[in-house]
Design a protein around this ligand. Structure first.
Ligand code: ZN
Length: 229
């Protein structure tokens, strides 16, 4: 994630290889060409034009987080809840702030506000620059799935601390990185992966990047729309 903030957007792992590490998660693509969401072993490529396509095996990612999703806690929501309310509810259920959690929500949403990053050209701008003009979509009265993670504060920079969710609608006609939402009703599932396996990209971009002295938390707040807000 720190490298992504620095503009290291060259893909370093294929979807085929990524899928060996999990059936659920999120990420982005080579040259920041859209958002990845995965669940039930299905991996989708969401682009800024609103398109949703199953990924190709050879597509590359510079950053992704995946796990084999094993829900340990499941509950139903039957009243409208804002993102803030739902995050507070989930926080109250977690046994510790210091573990990694995989989260899945399936349901009816009054509104989902998403953004989708757009393909960048060299020389790559930083993530804060690249996301300044990001297309933001508001999906109203939509059914779909959110998949992502809640990560502890110490994971900031490796990944995104706090909540980080991607969304795709049931019709597979839209979605992206979640900025805000109101859930009307649905199911929430929480898994608790016990291990973190970190793959280092051995691209020239990563090897030569200067990843020191960056305000990682501040830039993630701006670029990712306040993932832990
Ligand atoms: Zn995202």
């Amino acid at each position: 994630m720190s490298a992504l903030l620095d503009g290291v957007y060259e893909g370093s792992m294929t979807m085929k290889e990524l899928a060996r590490h999990g059936d659920f998660g999120l990420g982005t693509f080579d040259e920041l060409d859209g958002e990845l969401i995965a669940f039930d072993g299905e991996f989708y490529h969401l682009r800024h034009d609103g398109s949703v396509n199953p990924v190709h095996a050879e597509e590359m990612t510079p950053f992704a987080s995946v796990t084999y999703f094993q829900p340990e806690t499941t509950f139903t929501i039957d009243r409208p809840m804002s993102r803030t309310d739902l995050e507070a509810l989930i926080d109250g259920l977690l046994p510790s702030e210091n573990l990694f959690y995989a989260l899945r929500m399936d349901g009816q949403f009054e509104q989902v506000v998403t953004r989708t990053v757009t393909k960048q050209k060299r020389p790559y701008p930083t993530l804060v620059e690249a996301t300044k003009s990001q297309p933001v979509f508001t999906l109203n009265q939509v059914e779909g799935t959110m998949a992502g993670f809640r990560m502890p504060a110490f994971a900031q920079g490796l990944s995104v601390a706090g909540y980080h969710l991607h969304f795709v609608d049931d019709d597979r006609t839209g979605g992206g990185h979640v900025l805000d939402f109101t859930l009307l009703g649905g199911t929430v599932q929480i898994g608790q992966p016990a291990e973190l396996h970190l793959h280092f990209p051995e691209t020239a971009g990563f090897m030569n990047a200067d990843l020191t002295g960056r305000d990682v938390a501040g830039e993630i707040e701006i670029a990712e729309g306040g993932a832990s807000r």
